[in-house]
Design a protein around this ligand. Structure first.
Ligand code: CA
Length: 154
C-alpha cells in the first residue's frame, strides 16, 4: 500500500484553497481543506494522520498567528505559513509561533511544492545525507502496514 503524504490546507479564500488543492494533488499528495478554526480542529482531531499544514495568516476574522499557537499547543505537525504580510516583523512572529517555514503571497506554486518537500524531508526519520531506511522500519501486518519509525499506522 502506497502512503501519500497528507497535507492540510488552511485558507479562507475558496479560489486559493482550490488552487492549492489541485496543485498538491497533482504532485501526489493527499489534501484536506479547512477554512476556519473549527474545521481545522475537526480535521486535526479526526483519525486521519496529517503530515503538514499550510496556514494562511489572513483568515477573515480568525487570527492566523493565534491559530498557529493553537496548533502548536496540540501537535508538532510541521506548519508552513502563507501570507501577504511579508514585513520582517511578521515573519519573525510567525516563526516564533512555531511555524517551520514562511511563504509570502503572491507565491509561485513551484516554491510552495519545493518548500513542502524540504520541510517533509526534515521530518522524515533517517540519518542526514542518507536515504531513510524505510524498508527496514515498515512492517506489514494483515491488511495494514505499520511504519514504526514514523509511528504511522495505515
Ligand atoms: Ca486568506
Amino acid at each position: 500500500m502506497h502512503h501519500r503524504k497528507h497535507i492540510l490546507v488552511v485558507e479562507d479564500e475558496f479560489l486559493v484553497r482550490r488552487m492549492l488543492r489541485q496543485n498538491l494533488e497533482a504532485a501526489g499528495y493527499q489534501v484536506s481543506e479547512a477554512h476556519d478554526r473549527a474545521s481545522l480542529m475537526e480535521c486535526l482531531h479526526s483519525t486521519n494522520h496529517v503530515d503538514l499544514i499550510t496556514l494562511d495568516l489572513s483568515l477573515g476574522k480568525e487570527e492566523g498567528l493565534e491559530l498557529a499557537s493553537a496548533i502548536r499547543q496540540q501537535t508538532n505537525i510541521p506548519i508552513i505559513m502563507l501570507t501577504a504580510r511579508v514585513a520582517p516583523r511578521d515573519r519573525i512572529e510567525g516563526l516564533e509561533r512555531g511555524a517551520d517555514d514562511y511563504i509570502g503571497k503572491p507565491f509561485l506554486i513551484r516554491e510552495v511544492l519545493l518548500r513542502i518537500e524540504a520541510v517533509l524531508r526534515r521530518y522524515t526519520p533517517g540519518v542526514k545525507g542518507q536515504d531513510p531506511p524505510t524498508s527496514l522500519s515498515v512492517y506489514r501486518c494483515g491488511l495494514g502496514t505499520a511504519d514504526v519509525g514514523k509511528r504511522q499506522f495505515y
